[in-house]
Design a protein around this ligand. Structure first.
Ligand code: DGL
Length: 276
């Protein structure tokens, strides 16, 4: 008699201030199609990038608690701003939590740029953080970095319609500043921005390269999953969270999440409101 091993189906918790982290969720799903994905969009408290660090840290801990209570075996902080403000605190609370953070892709940008001038589009919170300062010191000390705090852009994307005039106007303003400075590479340092990459590319022109780290984050997640599988810490598929169906919660507007998921995700998702 032969037995067929069931694919390992790790339970992965992912969160962001809102819809942006779905760009990371999509990449994780591509690399780990058997994972049980749990996602929280904290849209009721977005944008994180225009809040104080203490606020973002408190929200991140509330959501991490929720996801671990749902049985997450790994946590992906799919938000540059929350990683900068809260990754240390979340790791301190969950030392065995297997946590993946997200940082602006300065390292890949350093290998892509030809003229050494690199634009970084990110939130205020990310760009003013100590974590970003250290990242720039480690990977971009030899580059001419042009920082562009994209005030209002994540909030405009949160409305759900990425082709809306309000979104395109924000993109145009922020890109004009970078275009004038002659950058040849632009780092998308906020997980919301891959959803408007088509507008950013159109504004910057075809020769400018955009750096999106979603797949790098998914690869890092994949390697932690491999370590988890090797450790024997496996869970069977749980009735509440069957593998193949991602479970998404929002602290904001459920209809907006539904519309966004229908446009951007091509796998089955169960959606719920979350009071947290
Ligand atoms: N998506 C988040 C990031 O990667 C932040 C957006 C916000 O300001 O809420 O930084």
């Amino acid at each position: 008699m032969t037995t067929t091993a069931l694919p390992f189906s790790p339970r992965i918790g992912v969160f962001d201030s809102g819809l942006g982290g779905l760009s990371v969720l999509r990449s994780i799903r591509q690399r780990l199609p058997h994972a049980q994905l749990l996602y929280v969009a904290d849209s009721g408290h977005a944008p994180y990038g225009e809040r104080g660090d203490a606020y973002v840290c408190d929200r991140s801990l509330v959501i991490a608690d929720f996801l671990y209570r749902q049985g997450a075996q790994l946590l992906v902080i799919a938000c540059n701003t929350a990683t900068a403000a809260a990754a240390t605190a979340v790791r301190a609370r969950y030392p065995d939590g297997r946590i993946v953070g997200v940082e602006p892709g300065l390292k890949p940008a350093a290998t892509l740029t030809r003229n050494g001038r690199v634009g970084v589009m990110a939130t205020n919170g990310t760009l003013r953080s100590e974590r970003f300062r250290l990242l720039a010191q480690a990977h971009a000390a030899h580059l001419d970095l042009r920082l562009q705090p994209c005030t209002g852009l994540a909030a405009a994307i949160e409305a759900g319609e990425v082709d809306a005039l309000t979104v395109r106007e924000r993109v145009a303003t922020h890109c004009a500043a970078l275009r004038e400075q002659g950058v040849d590479t632009v780092v998308l340092g906020c997980t919301h921005y891959p959803f408007v990459a088509h507008h950013i590319q159109a504004e910057m022109g075809p020769d400018v390269r955009l750096v999106d780290t979603s797949d790098a984050v998914a690869r890092r997640t994949e390697s932690l999953v491999a370590a988890l599988a090797a450790s024997g810490d496996k869970l069977p598929a749980h009735a509440d969270h069957p593998a193949q169906v991602a479970h998404l919660w929002t602290t904001g507007d459920l209809v907006t999440l539904q519309g966004f998921v229908a446009r951007w995700l091509d796998f089955p998702c169960a959606l719920d409101a979350l009071k947290a």
